[in-house]
Ligand binder design. Structure first.
Ligand code: AMP
Length: 396
């Protein structure tokens, strides 16, 4: 038995899950938020209880030490030697990583080089990696990239029709995101279909605050909606998704915005939030459907674009066995799933409204005579991270 820590470090947060492998049991999980502030929060779930404390936490190294000391205090581990590996979620692995990688100086240098492509994420991941290397010396660390699963896309899919030199000089192309989640749910869907994954055509919809759609043919990614960065694709909680790039110049002229200001608007003040003016959370918009036309519109724009992507990937793959809904919205919002599936009726897909009431557990949500199946499958990114830590550290 091995205890593996799966980590997702953000700029001011550190999310963790400790798993027992190979049994794939979650021993404990938690999050440290508002790192760097006097009133940071530390939340831990253990044995069915949830505890939250407010305390000052200076930096990520202090957050890591706090979590590890707490694991000992609660006797979740007797000593830190019991943790045999740490896996880190890394948003951008660029062209370097087709698979997860053991963290060494070379891996760190490459993640650092890729910061330009994920300025909000990769620097935070590096802080998390360095904090664990410092507090748990000698324990192997593994980087698990959101982009690796998408490295199988063909050039006609990952290239933009921009000057070729942009690609040669600066590696401007589509990289995608949420790869760990798309891969996990596609493999679970293949099992539910009772088919070898090599023979399946699946579209996975990871619909959370960030959202992306992926076409998975024979178990490999053939297309995905996110691009060079996670701004491309469908509209999300605060991100616009695809827009005509000319809007940038037009709005710069009209309102005097700089490019950076416009990108902040497209990343943080658009999507559900921008259109509704109310919230970036689908629960809030669903509550106001009948009283606020813009809340309804914000959701409709997204549902339409999701259906558009599914239609396009259906054609690209030459058919479809199943659509999967996952992440916060995909797992919890019956209305979102219903609205998307109803827009795809022409493909012979039929929703089972009763089954679609499910939340957060694996469920087939289409009728027996539906030509294409749809599933709700909760994602398990941390489990995929832990599996990769075991695989790579055993190969060493
Ligand atoms: P994630 O990024 O996967 O954690 O998803 C977060 C998003 O899921 C939230 O911002 C909400 O929009 C959405 N969400 C979570 N629970 C529900 C729910 N019960 N109904 C509708 N949307 C939900």
């Amino acid at each position: 038995m091995k205890k593996i820590m799966a980590v997702n470090a953000g700029s001011s947060s550190l999310k963790f899950q400790l798993l027992e492998m190979p049994d794939e049991v979650i021993i404990t999980e938690g999050i440290v938020e508002r790192i760097g502030l006097k009133d940071a929060y530390y939340t831990i779930k253990f044995n069915g209880d949830k505890e939250k404390v407010v305390l000052p936490i200076k930096d990520h190294a202090e957050a890591v030490k706090l979590v590890l000391d707490d694991l000992i205090k609660r006797e979740i581990v007797k000593d830190l030697q019991e943790i045999s590996g740490v896996g880190h979620r890394i948003v951008q692995g660029g062209w370097y990583f087709q698979d997860s990688a053991i963290i060494n100086d070379d891996t760190i240098a490459k993640i650092e080089e890729l910061c330009d492509l994920a300025p909000l994420h990769n620097p935070a991941h590096l802080i998390g990696i360095r904090a664990f290397l410092k507090v748990l010396p000698g324990v192997p660390n593994v980087a698990v990239f959101d982009t690796s699963f998408h490295q199988t896309m063909k050039p006609d899919t990952y290239m933009y029709a921009t000057p070729y030199e942009w690609y040669e000089k600066y590696k401007i192309r589509k990289y995608g995101a949420h790869g760990t989640s798309h891969k996990y749910v596609a493999y679970v869907a293949a099992k539910l279909l009772n088919k070898p994954i090599e023979e399946t055509k699946i579209i996975t919809c990871h619909l959370g605050n960030g959202a992306s759609i992926t076409a998975v043919k024979g178990g490999i990614c053939v297309d995905t909606s996110m691009g060079l960065t996670p701004l491309e694709g469908i509209p999300m909680g605060t991100r616009s998704g695809n827009i005509d790039p000319t809007i940038l110049e037009y709005m710069a002229k009209k309102e005097g915005f700089t490019i950076s200001e416009l990108l902040v608007i497209l990343n943080r003040k658009s999507g559900y939030l921008g259109v509704s003016g109310v919230s970036n959370d689908s629960r809030d918009l669903e509550k106001c459907l009948d009283t606020n036309e813009r809340c309804r519109l914000a959701l409709d724009i997204q549902y339409k674009r999701i259906a558009d992507y599914i239609g396009s990937y259906y054609i690209q793959m030459g058919g479809l066995d199943a659509i999967v809904f996952t992440a916060g919205i995909g797992e919890n919002s019956s209305r979102c799933r219903e609205q998307v599936i109803n827009r795809l009726a022409v493909l012979g897909i039929k929703l089972d409204p009763e089954a679609n009431k499910a939340r957060g557990e694996i469920t087939e949500i289409t009728t027996k005579d539906s030509l294409i199946k749809a599933f709700l499958i909760p994602t398990k990114e941390e489990l995929m991270i832990a599996r990769d830590v075991v695989r790579l550290t055993e190969q060493k």
